[in-house]
Design a protein around this ligand. Structure first.
Ligand SMILES: Nc1ncnc2c1ncn2[C@@H]1O[C@H](COP(=O)(O)OP(=O)(O)OP(=O)(O)O)[C@@H](O)[C@H]1O
Length: 226
């Protein structure tokens, strides 16, 4: 099976049946093959977050299917969706959302412990990931002692901690100044490439989008390839 994520004929409306009903996604389909990094660009309000939430099993479509590694999870029970989210998906947001009272290492170890990994193995993986993003010397620091770019690099490591099949990212460097954003984005791309990860990365930055394998534009409820 070569597709990691297959979204088919998704439809999503808000305020269904009311005068202020909005159709956000309409007959939207998307395939992400294994190892492919896809950029998602969209004007503000076009439904980018809605699409990422549905792909990330945080929200459900009104109709259509969400297949992750060949299994349709659109109508699955909450427990099944939560387990799939923990085991198969990695998330990065515009803000790092690291736990402030824990070190960089612990922020990467904790999701692994929650997934049943032994502490020693989890610490070894955290050390490996921090090394890949150039943060070995910052491993014991809490988020407040790290720069914005460093915090975001730790967040990338945390997203990859459990070896996901798919990375979903929403403006992963959107909170950084333009120069830092470029550097940190390159770190993310290298990490994704080295691990052979598939990814769907939303960005407003067309120069960053151009570094990915494919650019899709979300507009008027559907996707078009650039
Ligand atoms: N819970 C909700 N109830 C009603 N309308 C909503 C809800 N969530 C989002 N919307 C509307 O749906 C549309 C798409 O929202 P969404 O957050 O997906 O956009 P977006 O493309 O991520 O925007 P941005 O780039 O500005 O964050 C917007 O018009 C928004 O106002």
């Amino acid at each position: 099976m070569s597709d990691v994520l297959v979204l088919s004929a998704l439809e999503k409306r808000y305020n269904r049946g009311k005068p202020n009903e909005i159709v956000v996604l309409q007959n939207l389909s998307l395939r992400i093959p294994k190892g492919q990094v896809t950029a998602l660009v969209a004007p503000s309000g076009a439904g980018k977050s809605t699409l990422l939430h549905i792909a990330g099993l945080l929200d459900t479509p009104d109709s259509g299917t969400v297949e992750l590694e060949g299994t349709d999870l659109s109508g699955a029970r909450d427990g099944v969706r939560t387990a799939a989210r923990r085991e198969k998906l990695g998330f990065v947001y515009q803000f790092h959302h690291l736990l402030p009272e824990f070190s960089a290492t612990e922020n990467i170890v904790l999701p692994q412990l929650a997934n049943g990994v032994a502490r020693k193995a989890a610490e070894a993986r955290a050390a490996d990931l921090l090394g890949r993003v150039g943060l070995t010397s910052r491993a014991a620091h809490r988020p407040s002692a790290l720069s914005g770019g460093e915090q975001q690099r730790v967040a990338f490591c945390r997203a990859l901690a459990n070896g996901p099949s798919l990375l979903l990212a929403d403006e992963p460097t959107g909170n950084l100044d333009p120069t830092t954003s470029d550097t940190v984005f390159d770190v993310l791309m290298e990490l994704v490439r080295e691990t052979g990860l598939s990814a769907l990365i939303a960005t407003h930055n067309l120069a960053l989008a151009a570094k990915m394998d494919r650019v899709l534009r979300l507009d008027a409820g559907g996707l078009t390839e650039e």
